[in-house]
Design a protein around this ligand. Structure first.
Ligand code: UDP
Ligand code: MG
Length: 325
């Protein structure tokens, strides 16, 4: 029988994890002709999430736990889950029940029809602030405009991926991971599945504004070099403005008796050019920082413990730590 791996990243989710487990177990009991493994990645939670997960794993052989040594972030947690999954298809789902597990049935149906990636597209997002809705909408559109790969709009990480796609993702070594974009980059047969996103079951979003911004910048910079080309445009615009200024000043000097007043024009020019230059440096710096990160070649994550995997842990892991049973 084929195996389905479900990867669930968890960070301080003690309030929801019990309910998530219930819903997932109900979902699993409805599956026909399919074995399932549930891979919970505890992303260095500081509450009781890890203990709860350990208890669940000791009661049910389908449950596996990857315990990170610290908080590495959502995208890295998902990556660790993908690395450790041994299923013929892998599903990524949030722990907070915003992505209803029941939708996975439809994903499986699509997969059986021969699709390699079935990604959930959010038609409704109740319970999110207007600010989040507006910024998220804008982000996906800007990303698509800038990016060289076409990344579907309004799509999160909730998706099913077939083994070939998963193996390709595992072979991608980059440390800035924008999983939804990487899965688009891979190619194969992809299809969207519209679904209604639910409200978070309990607890608070683990994505504060700062993390969200970082995530958005990561997405854009990992998938596009257009910002670098934009520096050239900035440069050209300021050169053009300077040219107009020169012609204007010369014209006045030659054809009239009025001279351009010095101080204001000078200050504006200096500040404008300084601003443009700093912006371009900043963009350049972002890319150089990323090169530096990649060159260091550190492991993506550090696993403190693997639980529920057979013998020596999963077949593949990027963590240097050898499994403690
Ligand atoms: N998450 C994680 N590590 C983090 C932040 C979040 O593993 O550093 C998990 C979190 O537990 C949840 C999923 O990623 O399962 C999505 O996070 P959240 O629901 O807080 O984000 P939002 O839905 O508000 O964008
Ligand atoms: Mg959420």
């Amino acid at each position: 029988m084929p195996l389905l791996s479900i990867v669930i990243p968890c960070y301080n989710e003690e309030d929801v994890i019990g309910e998530t487990m219930k819903r997932l177990k109900t979902f699993c009991s409805e599956l026909v002709n399919l074995n399932v493994e549930l891979i919970f990645v505890d992303d260095g939670s500081r509450d009781c999430t890890r203990e709860l997960l350990k208890n669940y794993a000791s009661e049910d052989t389908r449950i596996r736990v990857i315990g990170f040594a610290r908080n590495f972030g959502h995208q890295i947690a998902v990556t660790a889950g993908i690395d450790a999954a041994s299923g013929d298809a892998v599903v990524l789902i949030d722990a907070d029940l915003q992505d209803p597990p029941e939708v996975i049935h439809q994903m499986i149906a699509r997969w059986r029809e021969g699709y390699d990636v079935v990604y959930g597209t959010r038609t409704e997002r109740p319970g999110e602030s207007v600010f989040k809705l507006v910024t998220a909408r804008a982000f996906y559109r800007i990303l698509n405009w800038l990016s060289d790969v076409s990344i579907p709009l309004d799509t999160g990480d909730f998706r099913l991926m077939s083994r070939p796609v998963v193996d390709t993702l595992r072979a991608m070594p980059e440390c800035d991971r924008f999983v939804r974009g990487m899965a688009s980059w891979v190619g194969f047969k992809q299809i969207n599945l519209p679904y209604k996103r639910a409200e978070r079951f309990a607890g608070e979003s683990k994505y504060p504004l700062s993390k969200m911004l970082r995530f958005a910048i990561d997405g854009i910079l990992s998938f596009s070099t257009k910002p670098l080309q934009m520096s050239v445009v900035f440069g050209m615009i300021s050169a053009l403005l300077a040219l107009i200024g020169i012609l204007y000043a010369l014209g006045l000097r030659i054809f009239t008796n009025i001279w351009v007043e010095g101080w204001t024009a000078l200050m504006i020019t200096v500040l404008f050019l300084g601003g443009v230059q700093l912006i371009c440096f900043g963009i350049l710096g972002e890319y150089i920082g990323r090169i530096y990160n990649e060159v260091k070649n550190r492991p993506l994550y550090v696993v403190q413990e693997y639980l529920g995997f057979s013998q020596a842990g999963p077949k593949m892991s990027r963590s240097p730590v050898v499994n403690k049973k």
